[in-house]
Design a protein around this ligand. Structure first.
Ligand code: IPM
Ligand code: MG
Length: 350
């Protein structure tokens, strides 16, 4: 029996999470896996009513689950930063989910904006550091609002944080067992302290993994290669902010936000799975949003719960379903949000 905390969140989050849960319920029936879902109403609506994001006492409670399944966080009536810091980043930090794992995989029959690139060319994984870097929220203003204003936002990299991320990436590259190639994406030519630490740690840890081919690319070059030669990548390990940026590009080349999923992983604790697109306020409540990303996040969750067979079946159903859809874009799928969920369920049965 797996205890799953479900946070549907804002905007289209609840719609896509409903389809993911629908699929997990079918998985439960077919594979005799029991799920116990508990819902939490964190998000913009609750914040606007109560001023609360996530109460501290809830964090301990969330640590008792086998996994967390999240929809989306972000509300047009709430100032940027409050919900992100108070909910999404708080969960990542407090649960020490130090890896953000984002597969960039183009499924057959899904359109990519890259000309002449096919599913065999676009299949890599980004391992993004998830608890440090520019995301720690350290810094401040001086003389705010005056012509002499100073704004400082600190980037923190610890040897421990960098090393555990890099080790995870090497282990993951071995487990993935494809080209066994790991690329460090950083900016050593400018960030001569912070990314010197990354580079040295990468080089040292690499000695423990003689079977893994290593490579290095600056972040700007990485974006170039992702568009020009995505087939060069197997696994990329990178910092929090760079990982944030390159995985949006990754989402686009794999067919859009409608298909991109990610896992916030604490290998020793509770992990959280989410579609990486935002709350998409303009599509909210219309049944137009693509739930494939949320279903792919549920698939990643199954994989992390070591339900590999079920995870593989869900992926097969996703591949079959996307082949039946007209487009991955909201409103152009040829089906409504819940019809896509129904198709996945049907394709799981076959
Ligand atoms: C993501 C998002 C978040 C991030 C935002 C919403 C704080 O863009 O998960 O990639 O920057 O990590
Ligand atoms: Mg992002």
């Amino acid at each position: 029996m797996y205890k799953i905390a479900v946070i549907p969140g804002d905007g289209t989050g609840p719609e896509v999470v409903a389809e993911g849960v629908k699929v997990l319920k079918k998985v439960s029936e077919l594979f005799k896996i029991d799920f116990d879902f508990t819902y939490y109403d964190y998000g913009g609506e609750r914040y606007l009513k109560t001023g609360e994001t996530i109460p501290d006492k809830d964090i301990d409670e969330l640590k008792t689950y086998n996994a967390i399944y999240l929809g989306a966080i972000g509300h047009p009536d709430v100032k940027p930063g409050i919900l992100e810091k108070g909910i999404l980043l708080k969960l990542r930090f407090e649960l020490d989910q130090y890896i953000n794992l984002r597969p960039i995989k183009l499924y057959p029959n899904v359109e990519t904006p890259l000309a002449n690139k096919n599913p065999e060319d676009i299949d890599f994984v980004v391992v993004r550091e998830n608890t440090e870097g520019l995301y720690i929220g350290s810094g401040g203003f001086l003389k705010k609002g005056t012509p002499d204003e100073v704004a400082i936002q600190e980037m923190v990299n610890t040897r421990k944080g960098v090393e555990r991320c890099i080790r995870y990436a090497f282990d993951y590259t071995i487990r993935r067992n494809r080209e066994k190639k790991l690329t460090l994406c950083a900016k050593t030519n400018v960030l001569t302290y912070a990314h010197d630490l990354w580079f040295r740690t990468f080089t040292e840890v690499a000695k423990d993994y003689p079977d893994v081919k290593t490579d290095y690319a600056h972040v700007d070059a990485t974006t170039m290669w992702m568009v020009k030669n995505p087939e060069w990548f197997d696994v990329i390990v990178t910092t929090n902010m760079f990982g944030d940026i390159i995985t949006d590009l990754g989402a686009m080349i794999q067919g859009g936000m409608g298909v991109a999923a990610g896992g916030n992983i604490n290998p020793e604790g509770v992990s959280m799975f989410e579609p990486i697109g935002g709350s998409a306020p303009k599509y909210t409540g219309k049944g137009m949003i693509n739930p494939i990303a949320a279903i792919a996040a549920a698939q990643m969750m199954l994989d992390f719960l070591k339900e590999e067979e079920a995870a593989q079946k869900v992926e097969k159903a996703i591949i079959k379903t996307v082949g039946m859809m007209k487009s991955m874009s909201a409103g152009k799928m040829g089906y409504s949000t819940s019809e896509v969920g129904d198709l996945i369920v049907k394709n799981l049965e076959d």
